[in-house]
Design a protein around this ligand. Structure first.
Ligand code: ZN
Length: 423
């Protein structure tokens, strides 16, 4: 199924953001992935767009204004004065204050919102933002390395045009922030495959959690144990997603492609291979619906980079033409000792998922889905696009370095400043 128009959001500054020494989240991995995308010549098939940073008025579509003001105001230098707010918004520890943190959020959120708009306008069939996928952030709370929930913002944008949006999360962690945001909605179905139990972060996403009130039945959680391999994963993913596509009939799909479900991840506990992870993309792509693909977790940088480069190939339908030996690139030494695109990743954990348990989980979920019906939605009047994006519709989005201009809210990213403390 070739010929799909794929838009790819990338900001060359993203790799400079730095959470701090010893922090597992490294935005640098997105630059590495982009380097491979480029060296594999995938850029020839992609419409590459530099995102327009999201502004406060875009972010408060989901987040509370107080929280956004705080993120904008806090810096490593003044965080002690703001200690009460730090506590209030859970910004500390796993979610440290780092240099130009707000700009970082503006870039990855702006990319996801812009990508959703590309799909809304039919300018792309598939849109990719590897810097996004921050699924843990809440309305007024940072969580799990996530400050702004770009996924929720993108889904809200998609809902302006699409009656039903399907959210699929293959990160090793539960997609709690997105589930919570749409817990009572029947227009967004959230589906998360994740490790559950042993106090694994964030601790939510049990099999019985399936939405509330009007959204009951429209959240699906697939709780798993350590060591999920490709065969066990596909044995759940395919039948569950097939049933959901039939019963929910989404008009657009959002895929959070956290790469911490790969074998050997520093925080993850699954054993997926890169092609196994990528088959989730191929499977969802085959439905031919508008598809927004986002990054997420992933803490062994070299594996994250090759996974997302490979998946960019899958989304273009050209992965079979990507040589397994990596092409020469600026970061070649990082990919040793094998220098391959999809090396065999040694399973770090034995598969603790018993066949009978997985069969039971699948059975329970499929039974529940039998009673599900796609809700009808009538659009009397289409909601306006996110304010800051009006110019996008007029000027077209296909320009790689479109000038950002005319902002009423002058908090656009100032580039070239921030001397990053890169290790
Ligand atoms: Zn994760």
């Amino acid at each position: 199924m070739g010929g799909r128009k794929v838009t790819y959001y990338y900001d060359p500054d993203i790799g400079d953001f730095y959470y701090g020494q010893g922090h597992p989240m490294k935005p640098h991995r997105v630059r590495l992935a982009h380097c491979l995308v480029t060296r594999y010549d995938l850029w020839r098939h992609l419409d590459i767009v530099r995102p327009r940073p999201a502004r406060k008025c875009d972010l408060v579509e989901f987040h509370s204004p107080d929280y956004v003001d705080f993120l904008r105001a806090v810096t490593p230098g003044n965080q002690e004065e703001l200690s009460a707010a730090l506590k209030q918004f859970s910004v500390a520890g796993d979610c440290p204050i780092f240099d130009r943190m707000y700009q970082y959020c503006q870039i990855y959120a702006g990319a996801s919102i812009g990508a959703a708009m590309q799909l809304n306008y039919g300018r792309a069939d598939i849109a990719i933002n590897w810097a996004g996928g921050m699924h843990h952030a809440k309305k007024a709370e940072a969580s799990g390395f996530c400050y702004i929930n770009d996924i929720v913002l993108a889904i809200l944008e998609l809902l302006k045009v699409h009656s039903r949006v399907l959210y699929v999360d293959i990160d090793v962690h539960h997609g709690d922030g997105v589930e919570e945001a749409f817990l009572t909605s029947d227009r967004v179905m959230t589906v998360s495959f994740h490790k559950y139990g042993d106090n694994f972060f964030p601790g939510t996403g049990d099999l019985g959690d399936c939405g509330l009130a009007g959204g009951r039945g429209y959240a699906v959680n697939v709780p798993l144990r350590n060591g999920m391999d490709d065969a066990s994963y596909e044995g759940l993913f395919r039948p569950i997603m097939t049933a959901i596509m039939e019963r929910f009939q989404p008009e657009a799909i959002v895929l959070q492609s956290g790469a911490d479900s790969l074998a050997g991840d520093k925080l993850g506990v699954f054993n997926l291979s890169i092609p196994g992870h990528g088959r989730c993309h191929a499977f969802l792509r085959a439905f031919g619906l508008p598809l927004l693909v986002l990054g997420g977790g992933g803490y062994k940088v070299k594996n994250v980079a090759r996974c997302w480069a490979y998946e960019t190939g899958v989304l273009l339908g050209v992965e079979s033409s990507m040589s397994d030996m990596l092409p020469p690139n600026d970061y070649y030494e990082v990919f040793g000792p094998d220098y391959r695109l999809a090396p065999t990743l040694a399973p770090a954990k034995p598969n603790q998922n018993k066949r009978e348990t997985l069969d039971k989980i699948r059975h329970i979920i499929l039974e529940r889905l039998r009673n599900l019906h796609p809700p009808g939605v009538s659009f009397h009047e289409r909601a306006p696009d996110a304010l800051s994006w009006e110019f996008v519709a007029e000027t077209g989005l296909g320009m790689a370095t479109k000038a950002r201009g005319g902002d009423a809210d002058a908090d656009a990213v100032g580039r070239g400043g921030g001397g990053m403390d890169t290790a």
